[in-house]
Design a protein. Structure first.
Length: 451
């Protein structure tokens, strides 16, 4: 039987996502009530600009006093979609202290302070749900927290930022440079006027911290995530990836160490084989590939941002939280029992693609190969191509490629692909290469993942 007294919801923020949440709550009110077992009522909407016309929302619900709204004793659930650290953190804390559960889409806050927020929710016997904080409408948080709770997750590999995936996809499919692809993303509304959070990897790093913490039952903060953006990715990198049968993606990678004693979390551009499922993720879509001990390989795919997709995730959490309120229960809280340390980037083991500008003369390959050997990094393949016309064709040499070729006295491009090696060893190799007189510059370094 349905309870007649409605569950009251306070909405913090009424932008692209918040307005869509309010619209769905209104138009799907009967369905939501049937699924929850009680009607839900929008009791107030906190905004910064009250004069703005918000179609479909009763002006009487609009307030600029978010603090007073969350402190009302009759509020059952607070939905926070304002983003940022403050005032969101203080408002969520006040909501718990005054008896409300919280649904949030705030990845930045959760990556920074989820432990304290989970503790506060537990102290007051309330829920903290945040499916919408990672990858929009794609269900990830709940499958990791609940569906895979009986399994052991070893790796999470994903494209979790639509803007960067759109840019890299355009660079790959059209041959455009980074700036040209970014301009197109901005014109289409995929990139913000200030795209720093996306293109420098901050957005993806926050999501990686959240996913790693849930997947490995440990505490991973934003500061623990190694982060590199895609602003240095060039058309030459994309072309080189194609020659290897790969494409370039900005990946969030969370891994459990082989000995099970630590984890790593990182965000950076990487080459992945075209045979990998993530290679086919196009435009602004997101996808996450999970490797679990019993379940095996799982992939989650869909739109990772936008008003409607994100609102879908928010409303899914709202239904779950409201059901818990009716049953006087709470859902899963923080699970950090493993207390695994987060290892530094230097401990990560993977393959590398290094592009060097070198002098085109005999013996250069031998010098470069010697540096790799001295640092304990094994070479898989080497490709050298002279840049001055008429000096010779491209030469490909397999592992140990210390061969000689007649040089024309100009410059050449030397591409080295390694076997798996620790990141620290690769860093030492690059530092030593820069000291060689015959190495004119290190054009790019990119990891090779997904093999």
């Amino acid at each position: 039987m349905m309870r007649t007294r409605p569950l009251k919801v306070a909405l913090l923020g009424c932008g692209v996502v918040g307005s869509e949440v309010a619209r769905i709550m209104t138009t799907h009110a009967d369905d939501l009530a049937a699924r929850i077992g009680a009607p839900v009522e929008l009791a107030g909407v906190a905004v910064r600009r009250p004069s703005k016309v918000r179609e479909g929302i009763d002006p009487a619900l609009i307030t600029t006093d978010a603090t007073a709204l969350v402190k009302r004793g009759d509020i059952d659930v607070v939905i926070e979609v304002i983003g940022g650290i403050e005032p969101a953190r203080g408002l969520i804390a006040a909501a718990f202290e005054h008896g409300a559960s919280v649904v949030s889409a705030n990845k930045a806050l959760l990556a920074k302070d989820s432990t304290a927020l989970h503790a506060l929710a537990a102290e007051h016997g309330r829920d903290l749900y945040y499916e919408a904080a990672v990858a929009g409408a794609i269900p990830l948080v709940r499958p990791l927290r609940e569906s895979l709770a009986g399994d052991k997750v070893n790796r999470v590999l994903g494209i979790v930022n639509g803007t960067t995936n759109f840019i890299l996809d355009k660079m790959d499919s059209t041959g455009a440079g980074y700036s040209e692809a970014l301009d197109e993303a901005t014109a289409l509304g995929y990139a913000e006027a200030d795209p720093t959070a996306d293109v420098e990897g901050f957005d993806a790093a926050a999501k990686a911290a959240i996913l790693a913490g849930i997947a490995f039952h440990t505490r991973v903060r934003l500061d623990d995530v190694h982060r590199e953006g895609l602003t240095e990715v060039t058309a030459a990198d994309i072309a080189s990836a194609k020659r290897m049968g790969c494409t370039v993606k900005l990946l969030a990678i969370c891994e459990r160490a082989a000995d099970g004693k630590s984890v790593t979390a990182r965000v950076h551009p990487a080459m992945i084989p075209l045979s990998h499922p993530l290679a086919s993720v196009r435009e602004a879509y997101n996808a996450v590939f999970i490797e679990a001990e019993a379940a095996g390989q799982l992939m989650f795919y869909g739109p990772g941002a936008g008003g409607s997709p994100t609102a879908s995730a928010v409303l899914g959490d709202l239904v779950a939280v409201c059901r818990n309120r009716l049953n006087e229960a709470t859902g899963p809280g923080e699970s950090a029992y493993t207390m695994l340390p987060v290892s530094p980037m230097g401990d990560v083991v993977t393959r590398y693609h290094i592009s060097l500008d070198v002098a085109d003369k005999p013996g250069v390959l031998a010098q470069v190969a010697t540096v790799f050997a001295e640092q304990g990094v094994s070479i898989d393949t080497v490709r050298q191509q002279a840049r001055n016309p008429g000096s010779g064709d491209e030469v490909t040499t397999e592992q140990g490629g210390a061969g000689r070729r007649a040089g024309g006295g100009g410059e050449a491009s030397l591409v080295v692909v390694t076997h798996r090696a620790p990141d620290a060893a690769l860093s030492g190799t690059v530092e030593a290469l820069r000291k060689l007189d015959t190495v004119l510059g290190v054009a790019s370094i990119m990891r090779v993942e997904g093999e």
